[in-house]
Design a protein around this ligand. Sequence first.
Ligand code: GCO
Length: 490
Amino acid sequence: MKKIIVCTTLLLTISLRLSAQSTTNQMNQTSYFKNNAFLWGAASASYQVEGAPTADGKGQSNWDEWMNRYQVAGKGVNGNVAINFYDRTQYLKDIKLFKELGLTSYRFSISWPRIIPTGTGKVNTVAIDHYRTFVKDLKAAGIEPVMTLYHWDMPLELYNKGGWDNRQSIEWFADYARVVFDNFKDLVKIYVISNEILIETDMTLQAKSIISKENAPFSVIPAPENLATALNQFNHKLLAAARAAKIFHTYGIPQGEAGIAIPLFPTIAVDAHSAKAAEFIDGIVNRWFLDAIYKGSYPQDILEYAAEHRLHLKIGAADAKEIGEAGLTYLGINYYAPLIVQKNDAQPGFYGITFPTLPNTDYAYNGANRPDQLKRLLLRMRDEYGNPAIIITENGAGFENDDLLSNGQVNDARRAGYIKAHIEAMLSAKREGVNVFGYHVWSSHDNLEWIAGYGRRFGMIYVDFDTQQRTVKASAKEYGEIIKQFKSLK
Ligand code: GCO
């Protein structure tokens, strides 16, 4: 019996290797990545930068509603102006800055409620024209567009129909994706189908808790009482992305690439006693997504936990398999920080787990500054998930008091150091065979940090939110130097 198990594992490993190989072979002929230089970019998202919430027939999104009606980010804090990026006069000036810095790609998101104002049905051609012009403007500056279809701003009508809790969301999204590929296939090669499934669900729970005045603390890991809701939403969003990827393939876009951007958090157990706890957290935040995409199954330990705790999962027997067969051509990784995990039986309310801070460690808003963990994560993708093509779709940091404008300059030394160290870690992993083909700093500009408002700056370009005046920070200049050095990297 034992022997048979060993053999099956071996066979599985061999077949995984083979499928990884065939992906690589495929990549050689048709992939954007194999035929073009490494992408050096920056990223942003529609709701965080665009403003213009009713321009050109835009429909309302869940975020418009939460910010304006319920003031989830505080009084008067909303995306109604943001950094005015919907305005062509403004964004052309920004594209000029990107060009001067030497960016070769730009990751941005298009807004679903602009394109289909009520979520399904009638397409708003004015919004399509706007984004087509934006893409052409980027390309005219020699910058490759990396287009995110969905970065959390859902048409309000669909949100009110249950949003991602509703299994119909898979069809709504698939129809939207078809509209996008139909209208951009001639201009855009690289698509990020969706962004940070996990964090969007966390944010939704957070917004709901503020609206209902419970004010539960924000947590990257869904609390036990929210775990069923979260896993059900994750499944719907993964299936929606899988459906979109299949549709993408029917277009046969030359050198076309379609992936999803997920946040990955390497876990670090503080001691041997905490190892199992760290594995459990890894199961929820990392393996839940990676196993579905690359193995066509959900992690057994998390499913067992759900069964033991009688969580009401609405996951079909073939769902994970469908996700595994979607043919996503690359993985977008958003990396900020690891999660430090401690088994703590005195805290039974949160899986008996706490998340202490590490001693002697630099901390940014989003966690510990640990470039070594980016390398560890990338090597894991090589060793455990068949070495897929990867784009770093987000990496960056905000630090308190790092963004002080003085005499027309912002010397954000801590951000500059963070970016440089993470690029070094990524390049070191690449030298060790990881298939990473692009890197995007989050973010090009300071912008609206969701519920945290405008106080948390993440940009390489400083924005005075009252005047919309831009100031290129020291980090951007340093990033520009790095790009120059590695411009012809493949
Ligand atoms: C994302 C991120 C961004 C944040 C960034 C900084 O999901 O892509 O949440 O929208 O602004 O991570 O916290």
